[in-house]
Design a protein around this ligand. Sequence first.
Ligand SMILES: *Cc1c(COP(=O)(O)O)cnc(C)c1O
Length: 389
Amino acid sequence: MTFQEIKEQDGQYILRTYGRVDVALVKGKNARAWDADGKEYVDFTSGIGVNALGYADPEWAAAVAGQAGEIQHLCNYYYTPQDTALAAALCTAAGMGQAFFCNSGAEANECAFKVARKYGEKRGASTILTLTDSFHGRTLATLAATGQEVFHKDFQPLNPGFLHVPGNDLEAVAQKLDGSICAVMVESVQGEGGVVPMDGTYLQKLYALCKEKDVLFMLDEVQTGVGRTGYFYSYQQWGITPDVVTTAKGLGGGLPIGACMVAEPLRDILKPGQQGSTFGGNPVVCAGARVVVERVSKPAFLEEVKEKGEYFCQKLQELPQVEAVRGRGLMLGIRLKKGDAHDVLVKCAQRGLLVLTAKDLVRLLPPLTITREDIDEGLAIFAGVLAEL
Ligand SMILES: *Cc1c(COP(=O)(O)O)cnc(C)c1O
């Protein structure tokens, strides 16, 4: 099909929930992709931080294809070596106790909320505190948790039991911890909220405050996790172990998987029948995710992510049209002195570079395996687009 045919069929049969850009990718290799008409792109998006190892990584693709040819699914009444092996590798790398596997970030957060409610149940604490400008998903509970009005509009009434406080403000949290709160959930860098990093000291103090008040400290690492910030999970740089960690996007290397991990003291908090997922722990997805976890959790791999992130920052800050660059590792937000971020995204795509936006920033989430050559080529296109604003 040509691009025009794809676009027409999409408009006819796909519910228009996305503001799509005129690109249809049909093939990729690491940070390079090709569209339906054969045009080449440099990819600074990796989906939205999903293709951690880039497009069509050979080792990942072989693990997935190999598993599909053995057994593709079995119900969760039976044991699966692929999901147990993944859970062992993931929990070990994360310093967590146990994992529940599901299929997306929102589902991972739903599970975290159930853990939190169960934890607070005995003393009647059921409210979950999240931050202004947070993003936790689009299901009804995660929508209520999301601290952005724009997502709530048209979907009232929201699920009760969620309160929002400003980020990087410990006092705002302290004022709310009155015994009705069972958990606090935060992103260490708010992704959809505009690539807003939370200070390390704020997170450490928040963690200590939660411990003191017997409130669960839950980190939504759906976007920041699996190497994105230069650490396997971002909290590992601050010496804290959250009670609950949720992870998804990069974990499957491009296939749908989410996980809610609980720390050792919460072992077995949910009992048989209290949580489940038909597809959760699917062996094909888990086989791919294991390749991702094994590769990304290696210190040398994470060191390279940090170096590439610093290189990006330095090169971007040299561009005269760039006002500020923020983020951590390969999760970057670029504030421009002038011009509209979405307009920049469209112009970049026309010239063969894929970027994202977050609020009014240009956002970059390149594959963790991107090469220096691809970074340089993509940045040259980006500089060209900015120069014409
Ligand atoms: C993307 C995202 C989610 C939602 O993940 P889905 O897989 O789209 O459900 C939740 N939290 C954060 C921080 C995210 O970036």
